[in-house]
Every structure is written in structure tokens, then in C-alpha cells.
Design a protein around this ligand. Structure first.
Ligand SMILES: *Cc1c(COP(=O)(O)O)cnc(C)c1O
Length: 228
């Protein structure tokens, strides 16, 4: 079996210039992350607050930690000292709590709004209507410590590549429209986070500039190994 460094290199070789690779290290050990780090990787993604905080405390300081999962309001505080980009913000309530906790630490933080475009039933993510509502009705411009940098999404888990392409295309379109309508004066609204191990080549053909890849780098996750 190939090593983490080799698989990382293999994935990188498929990414065009200018694409950010987030190595999704959830459920993988500090040692495994260390191997990817030694191979030059600096962006890592986690989806549990405690796990991110624990790893961030022991691993090198120049790692950029991405929180990619559903974030509960009461966990915002836990990740705030470490997190560089919060990917899956899907309510005004969460957005204001992130601002509050960032202000407490006198820092600024970047976030993405999560769009729900997949077929699967999930309570996470904003529908396109909810997304428009948040941007047109909530006073997000007044949140002094938070910058909305773009959007995040997941496609339906399916083999139907046309469907996946259609869903990613929809996210791209919504991003472009909202950029024109709400962020015309904000060049920092420039991030599109979608594409995982199985579907990132499709995502890259449909506007993504951040891919979140776990399995293709670290191998399968062993969920029972975690302490959470
Ligand atoms: C786990 C996870 C990924 C990575 O998935 P792989 O299939 O292992 O590449 C990407 N995004 C989110 C939100 C995840 O939870």
C-alpha cells in the first residue's frame, strides 16, 4: 500500500494551480497528520470541535485548520482559538455566535455559508431561498469580526455524474448571483468549497476552488477508534 505522502502527491498532481486542497483528517491520528505535514500539507479539515482543538494543541502552529462539519453554537468557543476557515455556517444564529466568540478573542474569522443542493434529506445547509433570505434580511455586514468568504456544499451521494455536475453547477450559479447582488464591493467573497474524494474532479469542472479530500489521502476512516 502506498504511503500518505505518496497518495497526497497523487492527489496534488491532479489539481490545477490555484486550487486549495484541504486534507480531511477527521478520525485520523496526529501521527498520520504529521506525515502529511512533513510532505508539505498545511490545510487540514476536521468535523468535531473537540478533535480539532485537541489536534491543534499538539500539532505545529502553521497548520490552517478548517472546520468542515455541522457546528453547534455551544462548540464555537472551543474551536475559535485555532480555526482558520469555518465551512458550514447555515444560520444567522450561528453566524452571530461566531462573531461574538471571535470578538472575545479579538480576532477575525473567515466563514462559508453552506448550501443544501443535494437530494438527500438533511437538516443542515441553507436552501437557495434561505440563503437569499439570510443575505438580504440579516445585518451580516455589521458583524465586525466575521468575513463571509463564499459557499460550501456537498453533492448527493450517487454514481450519477450528471446529477452531481448539475448540483455543483447550481452552487456555482448561486454563488455568482449572490456575489453580484450582495458582495459586489467585496473581492474577498471568492471561495467555493465543494468536491470530496469521489467527486472532486467534477467539482473542479464546475467552479470549485477548495476541495476537501480525506479518504484518497489518508485511506478509510476507522470510526470506532475515536474517543468522541
Ligand atoms: C469527511 C468529509 C469530507 C471528506 O470525505 P472523503 O470522501 O473522505 O474525501 C469532505 N467534506 C466533509 C464535509 C466531510 O465531512
Amino acid at each position: 500500500m502506498s504511503s500518505i505522502a505518496e497518495r497526497l502527491q497523487g492527489v496534488r498532481a491532479t489539481l490545477p494551480k490555484g486550487i486549495t486542497l484541504v486534507a480531511v483528517s477527521k478520525y485520523h491520528s496526529e501521527e498520520e497528520i504529521g506525515e502529511a505535514y512533513a510532505a508539505g500539507q498545511r490545510d487540514f479539515g476536521e468535523n468535531h470541535a473537540q478533535e480539532l482543538a485537541r489536534k491543534a494543541q499538539t500539532l505545529p502552529n502553521d497548520i490552517r485548520w478548517h472546520f468542515i462539519g455541522h457546528l453547534q453554537t455551544n462548540k464555537v468557543k472551543l474551536i475559535m482559538p485555532y480555526v482558520s476557515l469555518i465551512h458550514a455556517v447555515d444560520s444567522w444564529h450561528l453566524l452571530s455566535e461566531i462573531n461574538k466568540q471571535a470578538r472575545r478573542l479579538e480576532r477575525n474569522v473567515d466563514v462559508l455559508l453552506q448550501l443544501h443542493v443535494a437530494e438527500e434529506e438533511t437538516k443542515f445547509g441553507l436552501t437557495p431561498d434561505e440563503y437569499d433570505e439570510l443575505l438580504s434580511q440579516q445585518p451580516w455586514r455589521e458583524l465586525s469580526a466575521v468575513r463571509i468568504r463564499g459557499v460550501m456544499a456537498m453533492a448527493t451521494h450517487t454514481d450519477d455524474e450528471a446529477q452531481i455536475a448539475e448540483e455543483f453547477e447550481k452552487v456555482d450559479t448561486i454563488f455568482q448571483q449572490s456575489k453580484a447582488n450582495h458582495f459586489a464591493d467585496m473581492p474577498h467573497f471568492d471561495l467555493l468549497s465543494y468536491g470530496m474524494s469521489d467527486d472532486y474532479p467534477i467539482a473542479l469542472r464546475h467552479g470549485s476552488n477548495i476541495v476537501r479530500i480525506g479518504t484518497a489521502i489518508f485511506g478509510p476512516r476507522q470510526y470506532q477508534k475515536t474517543s468522541e
